[in-house]
Design a binder for this molecule. Structure first.
Ligand code: ADP
Ligand code: MG
Length: 258
């Protein structure tokens, strides 16, 4: 059995406003797998990714990551949080929330500079990611003036330059044109082939079999409704209907191969 990277035990999260986002979640994520996190709008997908990224801390239950407890206290320790940030990268749904430098080059260099890497290593990482993602023509542009798809690529580049072991993608294909969506699906597959562990929150059922081996389903009561192989989950129409991932008139929403 592969090594467990993340283990959530009975995790419950409520926002300060009192809104419940996650209720009693038990889940393990294994090294090198690719997982789709599925659920209707508001089911808790983004909240779960933020907990996995150490941005939010459950009020009850616990998260163990890389064998160590992740809590407000442990993340308050600079050495611990530095090591954690190096291993886990988060691509936000809204790329604009992630872009704040004055050029694409500086944006991609930001993480490696924060890591304290030598100038040469920073340059080699930035150039490597620019080549990999085909961003050469954008290197001097201000990120905030790019198109939506270009912003998404730069946001991904700024995470990849940190070279994390785990990548968390929140609704990565939303708002992208078909060609950029295809590019993103292929990128996720390439990264996974390079041994990255990848967790993608989405309600785009069309891409799930390409970006995941396993699927985790949240219901509208913010509980875990199912965990299984992609085929098991996508083949369970009763489940998909119950968690509001497909409609009664499912002809237009069910994945092509079912
Ligand atoms: P999803 O990503 O699956 O759409 P979220 O994790 O964003 O779901 O939200 C889960 C629940 O938490 C929803 O009921 C949502 O309204 C609520 N929620 C999300 N973010 C906040 C916030 N910042 N403050 C209060 N409630 C929130
Ligand atoms: Mg969300």
């Amino acid at each position: 059995m592969a090594e467990i990277l993340f283990q959530l035990k009975n995790v419950t999260y409520h926002y300060p406003s009192g809104e419940t986002a996650l209720e009693g979640i038990d889940l393990s994520i294994y090294k090198g797998e690719k997982v789709a996190l599925l659920g209707a709008n508001g089911s808790g997908k983004s909240t779960l990714l933020k907990i996995l990224d150490g941005l939010l801390f459950p009020q009850s239950g616990s998260l163990i990551a890389f064998g160590e407890r992740v809590s407000e206290q442990t993340m308050g320790n600079e050495e611990f949080s530095f090591a954690f940030r190096r291993r886990v990268g988060f691509v936000f749904q809204n790329s604009e929330a992630q872009l704040f430098n004055s050029s694409v080059w500086d944006e991609i260099a930001f993480g490696p500079v924060q890591l304290g890497l030598a100038r040469e290593e920073v340059e080699s990482r930035v150039e490597g990611v620019i080549t990999m993602l085909g961003l050469d023509h954008l290197r001097n542009r201000p990120p905030f003036k790019l198109s939506g798809g270009e912003k998404k690529k730069v946001a991904i580049a700024s995470v990849l330059s940190i070279n994390p072991d785990v990548l968390l993608f929140d609704e990565p294909t939303s708002g992208l044109d078909p060609r950029t969506q295809r590019w993103l699906v292929n990128l996720i597959r390439t990264l996974n082939a390079a041994e990255k562990t990848i967790i993608t929150a989405t309600h785009d059922l069309e891409i799930v079999d390409q970006i995941a081996d396993r699927a985790v389903v949240l219901d509208e009561d913010h509980r875990l409704a199912a965990v299984g192989t992609v085929d098991e989950v996508l083949g369970n129409l009763e489940l998909l209907l119950r968690v509001n991932l497909i409609d009664e008139d499912r002809s237009s929403t069910v994945p092509r191969h079912f």
